[in-house]
Design a protein around this ligand. Structure first.
Ligand SMILES: C[S@@+](CC[C@H](N)C(=O)[O-])C[C@H]1O[C@@H](n2cnc3c(N)ncnc32)[C@H](O)[C@@H]1O
Length: 485
């Protein structure tokens, strides 16, 4: 169904009673606010910079007739024309970009994770912010992505593989009681469950007021999640607390209460970004006083930047901590798994220096997996998965996994076949390709072949007798039914 058909906002948002009426005294231009909420969002995509730059992504889209424009305040993101269906495009299927609403880019942009840092995403599913963090770390180091719902983490696992991100370990815990054994983090994201009032442009829901009892339960959980995130932060490190809602009870009140519970340990850092109109957090509301320092928080009102709504606060740890800084040992290399990585060097022509930065191991036995060297999973907390599968061990010859190819394929100089536009979608649908003798000149022998479209790796096939059998994973090919327009 087209986005505009699906999107059916009530016509009387400015006049009638809705979840937003209570915020009217806070909003500088009520008509503009309501008018903005009633318009759908433009598609927003963030380049997977481990694979290509924002400008390279923009050129790919321009060449196909789209008109992407930089988001401005987030250096890797592009806004695309309304008719663009980002989830059906070959670039999304091959993990060249992440589809992420502009407003939702705010927390990680404020947190500014740097290569070398160990980062915890306490409420991570479906994984947009994890992917943003993992990319910001340059696909090295450690991101621990946790969520209370193992089912919701499934989408995150898919995205990690599609993007070829090796540096994520996933845990399923109630974040309110995340064990100390997980170790300490330089940066923590607490993107808390909330009443979601700011996602109206995406879902056209949350126009109904949230009941006080439901809100109170959310607030209790938000406070405990933020406090645990703060406790797991190293001295000098920082936490970003965010919600996609407007309610001060779920925003400034939660931050103020957490600061009061941990006096002298954290301070608020002004949450501002060049090129983005952010409003200060509220110092008081509806008889409650949160304190003057709450002005350092950021409120993203939809009509100021043509986005959804968001709230974010950045808290920096200023005390010396309690001295417990043990993250446990980094993951170790397993010789048999390392040996299987030779598929990449010997068959696909990946320089061995690329593999030097990776640790190879087994998780379950079916695949040799990889994480960055020095990856420190989750200390003493059991992980549900770490890194990505690189080579399927039980086939003869061993098969390079598509996730491994997404991570390493662009370094390869071995057998490669460039696919045309129709061919790439046929490959995603797992159809065999018959490229003809001229295009197969470099494929003299039967074996694995890297498939590229417009110079970008999209997967791996098996070349035999003039045909290329698609090895694109069944589970990934669901989105690939269309022509990508
Ligand atoms: C706003 S969503 C997170 C969105 C995610 N950060 C992203 O960018 O894709 C909130 C998440 O918190 C999770 N959650 C709710 N209660 C939790 C808890 N007690 N501990 C950990 N996660 C929790 C939910 O399952 C949900 O996935």
């Amino acid at each position: 169904m087209a986005r505009r058909e699906r999107y059916q906002p009530p016509e009387d948002l400015a006049q009638g009673e809705s979840a937003y009426t209570r915020y009217r005294p806070l909003i500088d231009d009520w008509e503009a606010f309501c008018d903005t909420l009633q318009r759908p969002l433009n598609p927003c995509v963030r380049a997977n910079t481990t694979r290509l730059s924002r400008d390279e992504l923009a050129r790919l889209l321009q060449d196909e007739g789209w008109h992407p424009r930089p988001l401005g305040w987030q250096g890797d993101a592009l806004l695309v024309d309304d008719g663009f269906r980002p989830g059906h495009h070959w670039g999304a299927i091959a993990g060249l970009y992440q589809i992420q609403e502009a407003a939702s880019l705010l927390p990680v942009q404020l947190l500014d994770p740097q290569p070398g840092e160990r980062v915890l995403d306490l409420c991570a599913a479906p994984g947009n912010k994890t992917i943003q963090v993992a990319d910001a770390l340059g696909n090295r180091g450690t991101v621990v992505a946790n969520d209370a719902s193992g089912g919701r983490l499934g989408a995150l696992g898919q995205a990690v593989k599609r993007h070829g991100l090796v540096n994520v370990s996933q845990t399923v815990r109630d974040g309110q009681g995340m064990p100390w054994a997980v170790g300490r983090f330089d940066k923590v994201v607490v993107d808390a469950p909330c009443s979601c009032e700011g996602t109206f442009r995406k879902t056209a829901t949350a126009a109904e007021p949230t009941s006080p009892a439901f809100r109170e339960r959310l607030v209790q959980r938000q406070q405990r999640l933020l406090l645990r995130g703060m406790a797991l932060t190293r001295p000098g490190g920082a936490v970003v607390y965010s919600t996609c809602t407007f309610a001060p009870e779920e925003n400034e009140a939660v931050v103020a209460a957490a600061l009061a519970r941990a006096p002298g340990t954290f301070e608020l850092v002004p949450a501002r970004l060049p090129g983005l109109h952010l409003s200060p957090g509220l110092e008081a509301w509806d008889g409650a006083h949160y304190g003057a320092e709450m002005a350092a928080c950021a409120r993203l009102w939809p009509h100021h930047n043509d986005t959804g709504g968001f709230f974010a606060a950045v808290l920096r740890r200023v005390d010396g901590g309690d001295g417990s800084a043990d993250d446990g040992p980094a993951m170790g290399d397993e010789p048999r798994a390392r040996d299987l990585l030779r598929t990449f060097t010997e068959e696909l022509g990946v320089p061995s220096s690329v593999l030097d930065g990776l640790t190879a191991f087994f998780e379950g036995g079916k695949y040799a997996k990889v994480v960055p060297s020095g990856h420190n999973a989750a200390g003493g907390v059991p992980v549900v998965r770490s890194g990505i599968p690189a080579v399927r061990a039980q086939t003869r010859p061993p098969k390079p996994a598509t996730a491994g190819v997404m991570a390493l394929g662009h370094h390869a100089h071995g057998p490669v076949l460039e696919l045309g536009r129709d061919e790439v979608y046929a490959f995603f649908r797992r159809e065999a390709l018959f490229p003809g003798p001229e295009r197969c000149q470099r494929l003299t022998e039967s074996g694995h072949v890297l498939l590229r479209h417009r110079g970008r790796t999209v997967g791996v096939g098996m070349y035999r007798g003039g045909a290329v059998v698609s090895l694109f994973p069944k589970a990934w090919s669901r989105a690939a039914g269309g022509s990508g327009t």
